[in-house]
Design a protein. Structure first.
Length: 323
């Protein structure tokens, strides 16, 4: 069942508040400031597709703000990733000091756990896709780097992602639950690819510092040797002819220790493999061992700490077997 709210029959002085309430219930709590001098006119439609919430907003020019105060009021709510697909009208989204101008036909990604604001300077229609952040299986640092970046219909993942999301939004109530669960998994996979593409583009565009090339080489080395249970800072430093101390200093600016980088990349590899659908699936312990985890109990604890669920629950959720 979906939800539909319109301000058509609401008193003029209550229209904006009613629309704000509908948006806050179906997406995340936000403040709304109309940008026109006339009575506000708006529509909200929302549907659930597996663990993805798809909401269509149509309204007069307005500013939507996700403030730190609103975030603090619900400290236990699960962080969500949002993607806005502009159908008509422009959007200007600001988050983490970046500003993304999204034209009609484009999209932008944002993180609801951190403050952001969106200006719609004229009447607009947009599709918002919200899903739990942990289901993207991407590092929080990468998500932060990818947020507030506009993607056009001919850029990067745009030619694949935009038509797919548009069709889903238009037909979301037509899918039975098992199909919806699998389509939700496809949304998560495509958004993970979008984050990876945006992070790669941003890294390529930034000028290299004196150690940036070495950091990239280390990251590539880690990715190619994840299955080696002996992969450790000492082994990595030796392979690059540097001291362990210098290796750790290189990654201080990256915001992650070398050990945590190795564990995070292993967990991401396990999460991807456990999420694959097929008639025969390897056991959780086999997946863990394949990616360098020698202690099953340690793997389960680390996985739950990173994704909020056990490896078995993750696999059931992503395969559509969980309710």
């Amino acid at each position: 069942m979906g939800m539909r709210v319109t301000t058509g029959s609401v008193a003029d002085d209550e229209k904006a508040a009613v629309w704000r309430g509908a948006v806050s219930r179906t997406t995340v709590p936000v403040e709304v400031r109309p940008l026109t001098g006339r009575p506000f006119d708006g529509l909200v439609e929302s549907h659930r597709l597996g663990y993805v919430r798809i909401s269509t907003l149509e309204a007069d020019a307005a500013r939507l703000s996700r403030t730190a105060a609103l975030i603090a009021r619900a400290p236990l709510s699960e962080p969500q990733v949002g993607v806005g697909v502009q159908v008509s009208g422009r959007a200007v989204l600001e988050q983490d000091g970046r500003r993304a101008e999204v034209p009609p036909g484009g999209l932008v990604l944002y993180d609801t756990a951190r403050p952001y604001a969106v200006d719609y300077p004229e009447r607009f229609r947009t599709h918002l896709f919200h899903l739990p952040r942990r289901l993207l299986a991407v590092p929080e640092r990468d998500l932060r780097d990818a947020s507030a970046t506009a993607v056009g219909p001919a850029e990067g993942c745009g030619p694949v992602l935009l038509p797919f999301l548009g069709v889903l939004a238009a037909s979301v109530d037509a899918y039975p639950a098992p199909v919806g669960d699998r389509l939700a998994g496809s949304v998560a996979d495509l958004l993970s690819a979008l984050v990876a593409q945006l992070v790669r583009s941003r890294t390529t565009d930034e000028p290299d510092g004196p150690s940036a090339h070495l950091v990239r080489r280390v990251r590539e080395y880690v990715d190619h040797h994840l299955a080696d249970p002996e992969l450790a800072p000492e082994r990595i430093a030796q392979a690059h002819h540097i001291s362990v101390r210098y290796l750790h200093r290189l990654f201080e600016d990256e915001g992650v220790t070398v050990g945590r980088l190795v564990q995070r990349r292993r967990l991401e590899a396990c999460a991807r493999e456990l999420a694959r659908r097929g008639r025969t699936s390897p056991t959780v312990s086999a997946v863990a061992q394949r990616w360098g985890f020698v202690n099953p109990a340690h793997f389960s604890r680390a996985f739950r700490a990173a994704y909020g669920v056990s490896p078995r629950e993750w696999r059931a959720l992503r395969s559509g077997d969980a309710g």
